[in-house]
Design a protein around this ligand. Structure first.
Ligand code: URA
Length: 256
């Protein structure tokens, strides 16, 4: 059975982006907030996350414990939550109502494409767990001619480590889109080793000059999102990555 989650009224409203904790406390004390049709003036009043009807003025405020954004990460920002010097992917989410967002996984600073920004640690863990072998598909442009021999090497697994410390990749699928002075490819891997795609090509003596993630498990980058743009996941996308309708059923265990 799913636990009933009771939550302070000021946190409920602040989490849903009504204002800062201080601002919403003021609104509550001013009598602007109703719970189940009665004005409640104490910020610490506990509401039921799922069942209470909360009105701010005349507007109902529904609680979403978890939020999920699909970001088309632009080059030049780092996959971190916050940083003193560099712009992070979480800084790009301007509409965020939550302070607990983080990127589910990392892309290099110069890599673009699909990144899930969420506060759902369980989902992130499941997507990123090496045991789950979740497919990640990248579009890459590579200096020089990419060959079927490269595809065969990737299919067998390739050593991207050092002679002192070999590091073998799992079999990966390479599709050659075009081959020439600069080749265009699509590569699907099931791991997320540090700089993996770049190191796989380097192990074949080739340099990746552009990299973009297009897919992660059941989640495909929305092609209408320009680099730096984002949107919330649809219910269908959430079902795709959870394998169950989590909104209706609460935390599922059956991810991807
Ligand atoms: N592989 C890389 O080399 N870089 C990324 O950002 C992702 C996969």
């Amino acid at each position: 059975m799913e636990a009933v989650l009771m939550i302070r009224l000021d946190k409920y409203l602040a989490d849903m982006g009504i204002g800062t904790r201080q601002e919403v406390k003021k609104h509550i004390r001013q009598g602007k907030v109703k719970v189940d049709a009665a004005v409640v003036k104490s910020p610490e009043y506990k509401v039921n996350e799922k069942e209470s009807t909360v009105l701010y003025g005349d507007s109902p405020v529904r609680y979403e414990a978890f939020v999920y954004y699909m970001l088309n990460k632009p080059a030049g920002v780092i996959s971190a939550t916050e940083d003193r010097r560099e712009k992070t992917v979480v800084d790009l989410i301007k509409t965020k109502e939550r302070k607990d967002l983080f990127p589910a996984g990392r892309l290099d600073k110069d890599t673009e494409g699909l990144l899930l920004i969420t506060n759902d640690g369980k989902l992130a863990h499941s997507l990123l767990s090496p045991k789950k072998h979740v497919d990640k598909t990248y579009y890459a442009r590579v200096k020089g001619i990419v060959t079927e021999e490269d595809a065969r090497a990737f299919a067998e697994g390739i050593d991207i480590g050092t002679s002192a410390l070999p590091e073998w990749t799992r079999p990966a699928v390479l599709e050659i889109i075009s081959s020439g002075q600069e080749s265009a490819v699509r590569l699907t891997i099931q791991e997320g080793k540090f700089h993996q795609v770049k190191r796989m090509f380097l192990a074949r003596g080739k340099e990746v000059v552009y990299l973009k993630r297009e897919r992660m498990g059941g989640l495909v980058l929305d092609s209408s999102l320009k680099p730096g743009e984002y949107r919330k996941l649809t219910d269908e996308e959430l079902r795709n990555i959870y394998g169950t309708d989590r909104h209706a059923e609460g935390h599922g265990s059956d991810y991807i």
